[in-house]
Structure formats: structure tokens, C-alpha cells
Design a protein around this ligand. Sequence first.
Ligand code: UDP
Ligand code: MG
Length: 322
Amino acid sequence: MTGKKLYLVVPCYNEEEIIQKTTEVLTEKIDRLIRENKIAPESRILFVNDGSRDNTLFFLHQATKQDPRIGVINFSANFGHQSAILAGMLYAADYADMVVTIDADLQQDIEALDEFIDCYSRGCDIVYGVRKDRNTDGALKKATATIYYKLLHWLGCNIITNHADYRLLSAKVIRVLAEYKEVNLFMRGLIPTLGFQSDIVYFDVKKREAGKSKYTVQKMVKLATDGITSLSIKPLRLITGLGLTTCLFGVFLAVFSLVGWIRGDNIAGYTTSILVTLIMNGVTLLSLGIIGEYIGKIYLEAKGRPRYIIDSVIWNKEEDKE
Ligand code: UDP
Ligand code: MG
């Protein structure tokens, strides 16, 4: 029995230092899996060039000439990692039985692919890659990631701790995902809400072999807020709760002050007034900011702009004729 068709989807943003090595390692792995009959010979690798400003596209173009099993979706600009993997998956789902998304920097252990495929063969439609530890992360990233996952769980999000975007989806699941038209995309939070039979595969994370992380602090903060706003409205409810509590406190203070005034007590209260004013203004502005974040997301969703723009596709479609 030959295996099913696997497509690897690899998002790339300014990865010129490593992209040649990546194409080599990934094609070798695909070849090995084909030889072992674990996947079909029509399996492919699809790179998504997310508006790189370096020579990534040039190297990818060369790779497609050397190996017709490599394809490239070339974005017109940088639309971000989540859009890149979405575009790759939607494209691949027309040809593949299963699709695995993996980063271009070879940090995620490619050998875990065997287990992903085993899970798929056993009937799983979704296989989540979960990193065994965070030893390759700096102290700050480790701490912020831990707090972030705790926060998401506390907000009631059904998210898998330490699962990033190394995962297998069956073509069936991707077709379901295609029905989700939201612009505010946070794949790792959305996919667990889809249901389907799923499993987890644990893998080692290595250090980046070349180049720097393409997730700037700005991109990380955006991903983190997108995650919260796309999965939960609990922050808005918390603001309501906070408002109610301060109102009750206000009523209590009002009664207390009135009674004091009637009795003719001398209320000094200067420090208290300053503190209450500062704290309340802070809380009000923070609450407005949180509400504003959601309104901003509604604004973006209302505009309904495309999530990415494809400039060109380099793809040897002849190879796909069945
Ligand atoms: N990436 C992307 N668009 C972006 C930023 C990153 O396609 O705007 C890709 C990047 O090339 C890599 C993957 O997303 O393949 C993960 O990025 P990176 O390894 O820099 O993130 P980290 O591992 O540091 O979290
Ligand atoms: Mg990385």
C-alpha cells in the first residue's frame, strides 16, 4: 500500500541565510518518506514567500528549477506568518490528502513528521506538534510565553500549551477552515475549536541555524493581542465587572462622606482624592483601550479586505495530473 499525498507548507520571510539548506533538508526527508512508502510519490513542498525583501525568492525560484516538486506562492507584500500558512494550506488542500505546516528555519524537528503521518494513518485529522521544552528560548520569551498561555486558558480559550504552528491537517479540515472568513486570524486558537479527531506529537526545538527570528517584538505583541481578541470577549466582561465594583465602592464612599458632612466631621481627604482620581482615570483609560482594541478588530473585519495578495505562483502543475 502506498501512502497518501503529503504537502509541506513553509512560510518564509527574509530567510536567505537558511533557505537553501531548508529546501535540501526538506526534500531529503520527503524522499525518504516516499522510499519508505509512508507518503505518495506525488508529495510536494510549497513555500510561501511572505514579501521577503532579501534574496529568498531568488533562491526559492532556483529550487523550483532543480526540483519540480517544489512550488512557491509569492505574496505581493509582507502579510504575516498566519496569512502565509493559511494561503499555503488553502492552495495545497486542492492537491494533497494531508498538509503539514513547518517553519523555514529548521528549528522544529523534521523527524517528528513520521509520527505526524502515523497519527494521520490511524485516523486523526489534526495532529498538533507540541514542543518538549523551551530551553532554546531566552528567559524573557520563556516567561512571557508561559504567562500568555496561562492567560489564554484563564480567559477560557481552548488552546494547546506550547503548540505553535507545526501541525498536520487533513484536506477535509482545511476545507472547513476555508469557511472561516475572519481577517483576525489566530490559527492555533481557532483549529482546536473545529473538533475532529486529533492527537499530539512532542518534538524538540533546536536553535535557529542561521538568520535571526523574524518575529519582532511588535509582531509578537500583535500576535498575542490578535490571539486574545479573536478567541475571547472575556476582557470586555471583566471591564463590566470592574465598573460594577467601582460603582458599589463609589456608593459606599458617597454615603460615608454624606454621613460625615451631616455630622460636621472634618474630612481631610486630599491624598485620598488624588489617589482615587489617578487610579480611576488609569482604569478608565485602560478599559477604553481594551474596548478600542475590539472596536478596531470589528473595523478590520467590517472592511473585509483580503487576508493576503498573491503576486505569482511558481508551480509545475503538470506534475500534479493524476
Ligand atoms: N514568518 C513569515 N512572515 C513574517 C514573520 C515570520 O512568514 O512576517 C515566517 C518565518 O520565515 C519562519 C516562521 O514564520 O518560517 C516563524 O518565524 P521565526 O522562526 O522567525 O519565529 P520564532 O521561531 O522566532 O518564533
Ligand atoms: Mg523560528
